[in-house]
Ligand binder design. Structure first.
Ligand code: CA
Length: 452
């Protein structure tokens, strides 16, 4: 069997097991020749000398991803050979149909045809570990690194132009709240999975402008293609989304950008790498090898001269499967906003992977986990399981493995980039609010719209 046949069969088994529609797939598979693999040939880095004490326990892991810019470091680490450089020669990067599939696949693990870990919105690793979004089935996970900052935004359907829906929507709040009077239905907004990043970003943005996302509008999880279709035909008003969608919203005349998440909270935490705890506990050296490969990929992606190369890798048919020209502008921080707003042209406003203006992007600061769990409390999510700040901190201490990140960075020689503290300090939002990790209660008290 060739490598490709093995891969193809494995992918087929994974898909069939996860979807429960094996019979349908089997029929299709037998009737159709395999598709060619459409990746451009990428020049790989050389393998490193690996000392016996750093030799990974296994060369193999299956990591899930969603085809958005957050996944770029995983894809680049594989395609450029950064994982292989540290001995992880058999990393499978497995495209997930959606966040629910990723969650379901990690609960079964790679041995059951699923995945060992991969890319997550926050705080999915914490919620899966606690059994909160897995019907009580606790699958302990370790948070190992942040993949990216920024690269997300709030898009608005074209029909709502000229109403003041920008970064600060104070002057548009009445328009949004009274939407039903003119449109016969509430203002309708979508994200891709409840109670995680994209839900938090749009909630923060609405609430900062005086709109209660639980009372004044309809906010729900919708698959991106359906959301975009709804924005075109006038049945969907807003979309909390990530690159390359913000660029496409403008380029394809679907609507405009109200705000980039980089404007809402500059250098905010975004998506993360997390792997099942049982896999990490069994393979600590392999985990650190993965982290070293990931860190090199993150540094390489940030290199100003590598943008076109990064895009040619991730845009490929077996990854994002999008034209390269829609990915180059966001990677350079070039965003047309629409609705009369000035264009943004600043690499520090686009997706960043290794360094931002205030810290290390890759480092999994516990202070950021704490914001996600505090924000969960703000909106009354998982009230029973995450009842107070102390409980949140205990969950974080079980899930966050910044210690492994530090060990890997030390072994790879990136000691200068290791942050001095697990807190990035006081975080500042566009509306003047601050989150002091030493005093999350003060943050909660400062917010007018909440569901505590
Ligand atoms: Ca995202």
């Amino acid at each position: 069997m060739s490598n490709y046949s093995r891969f193809s069969r494995r992918r087929f088994l994974t898909t069939a097991a996860a979807s429960g529609i094996g019979a349908v797939f089997l029929k299709g598979c037998l009737g159709n020749p395999p598709e060619p693999v459409g990746t451009a040939v990428t020049e790989q880095v050389e393998a490193a000398e690996i000392s016996p004490e750093m030799m990974p326990e296994t060369t193999k892991v299956v990591l899930g991803y969603i085809p958005i810019v957050e996944a770029a470091p995983l894809i680049v680490a594989k395609e450029k050979g950064f994982f292989a450089k540290y001995g992880m020669t058999d990393v499978e990067i497995s495209k997930q149909a959606n966040w629910a599939s990723a969650r379901d696949n990690v609960t079964i693990g790679s041995e059951g045809g699923g995945i060992d870990g991969g890319q997550w919105q926050m705080p999915m690793p914490h919620l899966i570990s606690e059994g909160i979004i897995t019907n009580g089935n606790k699958v302990p996970m370790y948070l190992l690194a942040q993949l990216i900052t920024q690269g997300n935004g709030i898009a608005i359907a074209g029909k709502n132009q000229g109403k003041g829906l920008g970064l600060d929507i104070s002057n548009a709040a009445e328009f949004v709240k009274n939407y039903a009077k003119t449109e016969g239905r509430k203002f309708k907004a979508a994200h891709t999975f409840p109670n995680v990043n994209q839900d938090f970003w749009i909630r923060y943005w609405f609430a900062a402008g005086g709109v209660d996302p639980d009372k004044d509008i309809d906010l729900l999880a919708v698959p991106p293609p359906e959301t975009v279709q709804g924005m075109r035909n006038g049945t969907m008003d807003a979309f909390s989304t990530g690159d390359p969608w913000p660029y496409r919203i403008i380029a394809e005349d679907i609507g405009f950008m109200a705000a980039l998440t980089a404007e809402i909270w500059k250098f905010h935490p975004e998506e993360y790498l997390a792997i099942r705890a049982d896999w990490v506990d069994k393979n600590p050296k392999a985990t650190k090898a993965l982290l070293k490969g990931l860190m090199e990929a993150q540094q390489w992606i940030d290199g100003v001269n590598n943008t076109e190369a990064v895009v040619s890798i991730v845009a490929g048919r077996n990854y994002f499967n999008v034209p390269e020209d829609i990915l180059v502008p966001p990677y350079k921080g070039d965003y047309k906003m629409g609705d009369g707003k000035a264009e943004i042209k600043d690499k520090m406003m686009g997706p960043l992977y290794w360094k931002d203006g205030i810290g290390n992007v890759s480092y999994p600061y516990k202070s950021h986990d704490l914001w996600f769990l505090t924000e969960s409390m703000r909106w009354g999510f998982h009230k029973d399981a995450i009842s107070d700040i102390d409980t949140a901190k205990q969950i974080i201490d079980r899930v966050n493995r910044e210690d492994l990140w530090k060990e890997a960075a030390t072994e790879a020689g990136f000691t200068a980039d290791i942050p001095a503290s697990t807190s990035r300090g006081v975080e500042k939002f566009f509306d003047g609010k601050t989150f002091d990790p030493q005093n999350p209660e003060a943050y909660l008290n400062s917010l007018e719209i909440k569901n505590v």
